[in-house]
Structures are given as structure tokens and as C-alpha cells.
Design a protein around this ligand. Structure first.
Ligand SMILES: *[C@@H]1O[C@H](CO)[C@@H](O)[C@H](O)[C@H]1NC(C)=O
Ligand SMILES: *[C@@H]1O[C@H](CO)[C@@H](O)[C@H](O)[C@H]1NC(C)=O
Length: 237
């Protein structure tokens, strides 16, 4: 019994420590509301809530399905013009080794020059194979970051090398990328590409949508907006 007692004490202590840790974690979680809403606004066209259809896309810069989904979505945005708004949220999938670091590069560039963010995203899509798991398997973390810094400098130009480099040692860009990820989690995002339209997830979330697919989603909404006067009461049914 005397031998058991300290063990029991230890057990209680570690249980208490566990609970204590958990509560710190919870408090920390509650305190992490970001100062700004997450995401990159396409062409700086903010949604007009009265008559814009808002698309949110969760993209992983090194996800092939996101790369394949983008040209169609871009075309749709082009064709519908100001009736649509897009916000892209980076969402770094855990099983893509360079998802977080490329997402972080988007945040860094967005801060340096918001207009260059989508250009960089497109460049990541275009040269995605440079950043796949297998292609970077033998590279150190530092050399991957260095590779990305040079890639970004080449893409964004204006000799952004040192600014991007210091962006990678600024904890704020790390935090912003974590917030993007957590924001996706809070919305139930489980894969990419993941789309929301007017705040609601598309039924086939996690897969690309083709041109006709987008049209069949957007056209009925535009029609309903046209007669929104008589539609409003139905909202409350
Ligand atoms: C920001 O990026 C845009 C698009 O890439 C470019 O045209 C513009 O010159 C850049 N502005 C600055 C200040 O670097
Ligand atoms: C960074 O980009 C500029 C062009 O904007 C280029 O002149 C310079 O050589 C680049 N630096 C590196 C290290 O690639």
C-alpha cells in the first residue's frame, strides 16, 4: 500500500495537469479571434451584400484538384462579372508537405502587395510539381523555404527577395496561415477544393466544379435575386 500511494498521487497529479493543460488550451482557443476576417479577395472586389453572390474557395496551393478547378472558376468570375465575388482561403492539407509553407508565402505576398496574391497562387498551380512531397523529399526545410523565396521573388518581381525572406521569419505570417487553417476547420472544411456559395457549402464539397456545374448553381440564385422582393418572406418559413 505504501508503494501504491505515491503512484496514486502521481496519477492524480498528472490527471490534474492534463485538465489544467486542457483548460489553458481552451482559453487560448477562445482568445484567437483574428483582427481581420481571413482570405484573399479576388480583384479587390468586395461583395455587395445586396446583390452579389459570394463564393468562398478553400484552396491548398499544392493540391492538384485545386489547380484543375481554378481555370473554370476564373472563367465563371470573368463571365458573370460584378455579380460574383470570390474570396480564397488557403487551407494547408496535412498530407502535403509544402502546403503550409506555400500558403504562408501567399500571406506574405498579400501583405506586401495584395494585387500580386492571385498571380502567385496561379504560379504555384502552374509549377506545382516543384513542391510535391516526392520532389522535395530529400530537401531540408530551410532549402524548401529558400526555394520558395526565390520562386516568389521571380514571380512577384520588384526585388522582393529580402522582404519575402524576412516575411518567413515574421511570426505574424505564421499566425495568419494558422488562422486560415483554423478558419477552414471551423467551417467544416475537410479537403480541397472546398467551395461555399453565399455561406453554404456546395453539396459535392471537396471536388472541382465544371463550367455547367457553376452555371447551374449561380443562375437560379441570380433569378431569385431578381424577384427578391417576393422571395424574402419565404426565408422565414
Ligand atoms: C503589385 O502587384 C501588381 C500585380 O502583380 C503589380 O502590377 C504592381 O506593380 C505591384 N505594385 C507594387 C507596388 O509592387
Ligand atoms: C529577384 O527578382 C529580381 C527581379 O525583380 C531579379 O533581378 C533578382 O535577380 C532576383 N533575385 C534572386 C536572388 O533571384
Amino acid at each position: 500500500m505504501e508503494i501504491l500511494k505515491p503512484k496514486l498521487g502521481l496519477l492524480i497529479l498528472s490527471a490534474l495537469l492534463f485538465v489544467f493543460n486542457l483548460s489553458i488550451w481552451t482559453i487560448h482557443g477562445q482568445g484567437s479571434i483574428p483582427a481581420r476576417i481571413d482570405g484573399f479577395v479576388y480583384k479587390n472586389h468586395l461583395p455587395d451584400y445586396a446583390d452579389t453572390i459570394m463564393i468562398e474557395a478553400f484552396f491548398d496551393p499544392v493540391c492538384q484538384d485545386c489547380r484543375d478547378a481554378w481555370p473554370t472558376l476564373k472563367q465563371i468570375l470573368e463571365d458573370y462579372g460584378p455579380r460574383l465575388s470570390l474570396i480564397v482561403h488557403p487551407f494547408a492539407l496535412a498530407y502535403h508537405d509544402n502546403a503550409f509553407v506555400t500558403s504562408r508565402a501567399l500571406h506574405i505576398v498579400n501583405k506586401l502587395n495584395a494585387s500580386a496574391t492571385y498571380h502567385l497562387l496561379e504560379q504555384f498551380f502552374e509549377h506545382q510539381e516543384n513542391f510535391y512531397n516526392q520532389q522535395t523529399f530529400a530537401m531540408s526545410r530551410a532549402s524548401v523555404v529558400d526555394h520558395i523565396v526565390r520562386f516568389v521573388n521571380k514571380t512577384v518581381g520588384d526585388d522582393s527577395l529580402s522582404a519575402v525572406e524576412s516575411g518567413f521569419s515574421d511570426s505574424r505570417s505564421d499566425l495568419a496561415t494558422r488562422i486560415s487553417f483554423k478558419y477552414g476547420c471551423s467551417r467544416g472544411v475537410m479537403g480541397t477544393p472546398y467551395f461555399f456559395v453565399n455561406g453554404f457549402p456546395l453539396p459535392n464539397a471537396g471536388s472541382a466544379v465544371d463550367y455547367d456545374g457553376w452555371r447551374s448553381i449561380i443562375d437560379p440564385l441570380i433569378n431569385m435575386q431578381g424577384k427578391s422582393g417576393d422571395e424574402t418572406p419565404h426565408f422565414f418559413l
